[in-house]
Write a protein that binds this ligand. Sequence first.
Ligand code: XBP
Ligand code: MG
Length: 263
Amino acid sequence: MLRALIWDVDGTIAETERDGHRVAFNEAFKELGVPWRWDVPTYGYLLRVTGGYERLLFDMECRPQAPASASEREGMAQAVHRRKNERYAQMILSGAIKARPGVHRLMDECADAGITMAIATTTSRQNVEALLAQQVGPYWRDRFAAIVCSEDAPIKKPDPLAYRLALERLGVGAREALAVEDSPNGLAAAYALGIGTLITRSAYFRYEAFAGFAGICNDLDHPITWPIGTAPRTDVAVLRQVSEAWTHADTSYSREVLSDSTK
Ligand code: XBP
Ligand code: MG
């Protein structure tokens, strides 16, 4: 039975990757004299690496203009990432980035239906705070029984740690929860524990060939498809059907992954 809905943040609650973090990174590059920018396709490619700091280090590995020594690159990445987060918070607080369609509605419906909610994200507490306070309101924390951020789960998605902690803090089993995600890395993190994932495609993953999802849609107000059904939008009744179908799904692959990781 569905008891909890676990929300990813970036790309899922709002289009923060393309319109927020990427733009803020470019502003930080400019301010700190870093001689390159990330256009929309380049940032999409870099999203394979989770974590803004890690993403930056990964990109620098093949930038001839980047410092030669690892310690200099790390120093530069720390400074840029810090400034990026300041600019990101300012951008979010200005209200420039809104929640994606259906997010507020589904959160309200879950609260009314007694479905507990949590957050499992690879971004920082400060970035979550900025977005949720702006978009959900000053009492946003009251809506979530568990809030797992990069400080709690430093090993980032696709590692399942963030979801493992969310389940533990919620006190529910994998089959009693659904995840809402926008990216392959997020899906992999939830899938590794056997949690069913509802994919709400963000701009970067509109044409991604996802595999292993419990349900998929372009946004929560648009039609959703799951292995044994379709519906015009995602509401609590649909979440329950998706969860029920997932209960019967074959996730033997994830069990193999889990047993391998404990050897
Ligand atoms: C997505 C991420 C984050 C953001 C940037 O997180 O990978 O790294 O791109 O945030 P989510 P930071 O799990 O919410 O989709 O700069 O704080 O890493
Ligand atoms: Mg995401």
